[in-house]
Design a protein around this ligand. Sequence first.
Ligand code: SIN
Ligand code: CO
Length: 384
Amino acid sequence: MYELTINQLSHAEFLSQYWQKLPLLIKGGFTDFEDPIEPEELAGLAMEESIESRLITNHKNDWQSYHGPFEDFSKLTEQHSTLLVQAVDHWHPIAAQLLEPFRFIPNWRIDDLMVSYSTPHGGVGPHLDQYDVFIIQGQGKRHWRVGLPDVNLKQFAQNKSLLQVEQFDATIDAVLEPGDILYIPPGCPHEGYALENALNYSVGFRAPDQKDFLSGFADHLIDSEKGLTRYSDPTLSIRDSKGELTAQEIVQIQTLMQDALNDPEQLKHWLGAMLSQPKHDMDLAPLDPPLSTQDLATYVSANEVIERAGGVRAMYQVLPASIVISVNGENYSLAAKHLESVKLLTDLPHFSGSEIEDSLNCIEFAQMLTKLFNEGTYFLQEDD
Ligand code: SIN
Ligand code: CO
């Protein structure tokens, strides 16, 4: 298990002083850091069709970008190259452990763990990200520069799939060693070049924008055949100008649109399903043979440890008389009395079966947990 220390700061102090505000160098964020993955394993993932990967080279300042899957690594040259693999937490349970120390930030804000392997002088060049990121230094060393947001900084495409930013002044200029971490808020320019073969782990966050939410909600209305209340004007009266769309009509249209959002139950079910959707199909291990609800209590004998699989997105919302828990895009409605059990399933990476004993006796909870075990999103920890 990785234990994070953020300089002398508590989690609460980090959030109030740095989160979404200022970049921070966290020297020795993890002490005695051990890489959860080997470069060879990372290369193996980059050969898979279903895994998103990129290779970037910068020989003599000529930036080239190649998309995976890769059949060979001839482009991963001894110098000036970087291999990047997205959502490694979905595919590599041990690497997924690296997300856990950052779960003082809510589950739904966490996006994925991206892992890069760079050879000396390799990097992706100066750029901005739209999202918060913690970059953890694994094996090797890398020289990083980070600046503050600057609206005058111009972005440009080095080539059609590599957006960079012009040179910037750095407020952090440091060589990262294993276990060091950089926190970079959205919009802060940064660049990092390996000094020796280096692994880096990026814990990335997500923050959907208005169009993501609105288009997602519109899709939901279409799928569920809701949002069918039509504009109406039974009090329409004669007016001088027929060409005008009046301010009052605009308000009425706005209200009609807002009314679609004003059903809290529907909104919460949709949000749960949308925000818990996994980033990619997951490599889960379904139970074989499947478990039946009747056998659940025996299966989870009180002292067993229940674990959530790496990369699973789990969250809950409290409704006036019930709870909706959302796991990998599926919603389950439960009675309010299951709140403590639901917190264990969503707040913690693992917990003991004895802690949910009361809920196991309830059919709706038992049916949900049986399904979660059967699909492999939750599983019993194996004895060492
Ligand atoms: C990298 O690991 O090379 C890229 C991380 C980043 O700058 O976002
Ligand atoms: Co970046």
